[in-house]
Design a binder for this molecule. Structure first.
Ligand SMILES: Nc1ncnc2c1ncn2[C@@H]1O[C@H](COP(=O)(O)OP(=O)(O)O)[C@@H](O)[C@H]1O
Ligand SMILES: CC(=O)OP(=O)(O)O
Ligand SMILES: [Mg+2]
Length: 408
């Protein structure tokens, strides 16, 4: 049954949107509004294989949603005519409160605001997007789907930081992110392996702009690399990932930076950008191939960190059926895939050089790039957070309708 959902992924300076059929993931249209709040903005709308781009200033998130609506009105599809079931929202931080998708109401918006100190880069924008979208689509149900929700199954040993009680009481713990993506690719990987969910152990490497590793045991997240915020763990496009916490005090004293500036630089001026001057993996790989020593080191650090997590999570899981690669880098960078998993054959993890080039995954299904007979499969699965958000939104609405007297 067709169930189109408008999915919104609101960032601090961008709005990504997609009209997706929850039943099969078909995309009716998608788009991106960039540089919100700056002097020049851009709206890119994709429909029927064409991209329509226009450079216009976009004052705020309200204006971004208006710009997206304009693009729908001009280029189609007619949103009033597609029978939208709901608006689905990506919300990054749900704290410990939200383990499931929820219907958006005033209390939910207030909760997303309240959680902003735990995700200062993401939640304020998510809350503004929620409010603007509720005004623009007042007649539709809105559903929030949280990046953190899938990681609510982390056992205390995996989510507790060894810090004073007062800090823990203030909410300092590991929450984990990218959960919507990890849930989606885990299901696809388990299906590709032909295994029962309960009996499947996976390490999911979501390598996009943000990057994370998650150990999934029987469909549940049991360890994950992102922490209180999406800064911890793997090396990312512009985020440092793990470092000695004493570095913060050191650079504050030695470089006279205040706490906000240290955090800003760890989020926005570190990672690949800090090491190689470029947050885009394509540029870093090209520079390394051209002999750039900084880019070469950046790749080494990036891959070394991934291997450390794979080894650690293999130990935590006590066995492994597959390493699952996803995100822009995991899905597309053959060089990083091969390099990150190099030298792990003694653990049963190996990338077949030929398959790495020839095997191509499709929407929702996996490509196997490990050799035949390898003890651990290496799978590439394209993530689709928007489809996952749309399906979770429709499942929630169906359950609510079923629970109502007279509901179907
Ligand atoms: N063909 C490719 N080779 C290497 N890296 C790629 C390729 N295509 C995309 N990427 C990288 O994927 C990253 C973006 O991943 P993506 O999952 O789209 O990000 P986001 O977190 O914004 O959703 C960028 O670093 C980009 O360079
Ligand atoms: C939570 C997070 O890091 O998301 P993204 O990878 O989209 O930045
Ligand atoms: Mg992403």
């Amino acid at each position: 049954m067709s169930a189109p959902v408008l999915v919104l992924n609101t960032g601090s300076s961008s709005l990504k949107y997609r009209v997706v059929d929850a039943a099969d993931g078909t995309v009716l249209a998608s788009g991106l509004v960039e540089r919100i709040g700056e002097a020049t903005g851009r709206v890119e709308h994709r429909v029927d294989g064409s991209t329509h781009a226009v450079d216009v200033p976009v004052a705020d998130h309200e204006a971004a949603i208006a710009a997206a609506l304009d693009a729908f009105a001009t280029h189609g599809p007619d949103l009033a005519g597609v029978g939208l079931r709901a608006v689905g929202h990506r919300v990054v931080h749900g704290g410990t409160r939200f383990a499931e998708p929820v219907l958006v109401d005033d209390d939910l918006v207030a909760a997303v605001h309240e959680l902003a100190p735990l995700a200062p880069l993401h939640n304020p924008a998510n809350a503004v997007g929620l409010e603007a979208a509720r005004r623009a689509f007042a007649d539709l149900p809105h559903v929030a789907v949280f990046d953190t929700a899938f990681h609510q199954t982390l056992p205390p040993a995996a989510h507790t930081y060894a810090v004073p009680a007062a800090w823990r009481e203030a909410g300092v713990r590991r929450y984990g992110f990218h959960g919507t993506s990890v849930a989606f690719v885990s299901r696809a990987a388990t299906a590709a392996l032909g295994r029962a969910v309960d009996d499947t152990r996976l390490i999911v490497l979501h390598l996009g702009n943000g990057a994370s590793a998650t150990a999934v045991d029987g469909g549940r997240s049991v360890a994950t690399s992102m922490g209180l915020t999406p800064l911890e763990g793997l090396v990312m496009g512009s985020r440092s990932g793990d470092l000695d916490p004493a570095v913060l005090g050191h650079v504050r004293r030695e470089l006279s930076l205040d706490a906000d500036e240290v955090e800003r630089q760890l989020n926005a001026a570190s990672g690949l950008r800090g090491l190689a001057g470029d947050n885009d993996m394509r540029g870093v790989v090209a520079a390394a191939e051209a002999g750039d020593a900084d880019a070469e080191l950046a790749l080494d650090v990036y891959c070394h960190r991934i291997r450390s997590y794979v080894g650690a999570y293999l130990a935590q899981l006590g066995g492994l059926d597959a390493v699952v690669l996803t995100g822009g880098v995991g899905e597309n960078s053959l060089a990083v895939r091969a390099r990150a998993l190099d030298g792990l054959a003694h653990l049963g993890i190996e990338v077949d050089a030929h398959r790495n080039v020839t095997e191509r995954p499709g929407p929702g299904w996996a490509a196997r790039i490990s050799p035949d007979g390898a003890p651990v499969a290496v799978l590439v699965v394209p993530t689709d957070e928007e489809w996952e958000i749309a399906s979770q939104a429709v499942a929630l609405l169906d359950a609510a309708a079923g629970a109502r007297p007279g509901g179907s």
